[in-house]
Ligand binder design. Sequence first.
Ligand code: AMP
Ligand code: MG
Length: 349
Amino acid sequence: METIYVKMREEEIDRDQIRRAGEILRGGGLVAFPTETVYGLGGDAFNPASSRKIYAAKGRPSDNPLIVHICRLEDLSRVAREIPPEAYRLAESFWPGPLTIILPKCPELPDETTGGLQTVAVRFPSNRIALALIEAGGGFIAAPSANRSGRPSPTLAQYCREDLDGRVDMIIDGGQVGLGLESTIVDLTQPTPVILRPGFVTREKLLEVLEDVNAGASFETAAEGEAPRAPGMKYRHYAPKGTLTVVEGRTEDVAAYINTRVQSCRTDGIRTGVICTEETKALYRADLVKSAGAREDEEGIARELFRILREFDDEGAGQIYAESFARSGVGCAVMNRLLKAAGHRVVTV
Ligand code: AMP
Ligand code: MG
């Protein structure tokens, strides 16, 4: 299939192109589009054939559920049932925005969309291109991240193109996304709400609205043979082509350790990469030294992380070392993605 490319700015929505994209969605086709978190790969959530196409385009296992995107709060009850007051409190505080809520699903919603689960993940995004598209597409758009399974979530349209060219009907280029990490997922079907995936809506922020919320397994993955606590946990997450190691310790010790490793890699003819911060980038002698931004700017680091990981693949880094980041606030989401990408390979020096 020939993929149609369209460029658009959030401040200047192209109504004709949105109408065209909406027709594609209503006709059972797929459209990749920007959201405030990462690019999504959208299909009509009520069309089982669309959901099957999403899995096929991504190369994703069909029991890894999709997130249903809505553009009006009143539409929540069209996909979810037994909606507790906590859901409305969360919606009031964080929607539209980077929060996904898990609730029991309506029977009308196809099993294909929820990966066979009787629960549904729902999000009301804030990006205006996303909102216009959801409305044009019928109001209920199933959309996982717009990457091939096993690659980092796309933060730029060019990454959607690399992964999905010829596999989707349209890609809407809305520039670099604002946040750069996927939404926070909160499961409201448990006696106490659980964070299934940390994100910009931090546990601290959730606790301003909910009486209690469990942190979930932010820094773990399901062990071999163990039942996964969140769908998606049992799947291999993005891993760079090179070996990624997170190095923890005092700044000077971390730099000394990494530089020693870099030296021995050089002897072996292996290209090296480092993920660091503005404050420390001058300390490293690796072939590729990439700063994710100022250390105190956690949101900036979150925005750059997936781009940096993709660049290391493109530039052929065989051994990659990353500084570690604080595990609180947005840093919790950054470390969650970094540790998954590293397969939990951590060295403390
Ligand atoms: P992605 O949009 O690519 O980040 O993928 C969506 C993720 O949302 C899945 O991998 C799951 O971890 C999560 N998810 C979606 N639906 C459910 C659900 N019903 N219950 C728990 N987690 C879900
Ligand atoms: Mg994803």
